[in-house]
Design a protein around this ligand. Structure first.
Ligand SMILES: [Zn+2]
Length: 105
């Protein structure tokens, strides 16, 4: 049995919408947004993405991190796909920009 799930925008209830994730402080959020509100979210975050930096990772004594920059790979991938779907162009290093965004929120 085929089932189709249609997502509505959490802001205006327009269909279809896509789920977007973002972080702020220690919290991660997911919101379903239509094209218009997806653009509004992008516009609101872009200045901070542009100016964001990668914070130093907290070090836990006795625990060695296996690799750096892998913590948020799945979220990075989602944002990359989102940016690609929306044809958002980044400067020279898109993954760097996205990592900065992820790490700084
Ligand atoms: Zn909307």
């Amino acid at each position: 049995m085929a089932r189709r799930v249609i997502i509505a925008c959490d802001i205006c209830e327009t269909e279809p919408a896509t789920s977007q994730q973002f972080g702020f402080g220690e919290a991660k959020f997911e919101v379903d947004v239509c094209l218009e509100h997806g653009s509004a979210l992008q516009d609101a975050l872009q200045p901070y993405i542009d100016k964001g930096r990668v914070p130093e990772e907290p070090r836990v004594p006795g625990v060695r991190s296996k690799a750096t920059g892998t913590k948020s790979d799945s979220m990075t991938k989602e944002i990359k796909e989102w940016a690609k779907a929306k044809n958002i162009k980044h400067n020279d290093n898109p993954s760097s920009d996205i990592n900065q965004y992820n790490e700084s929120h």
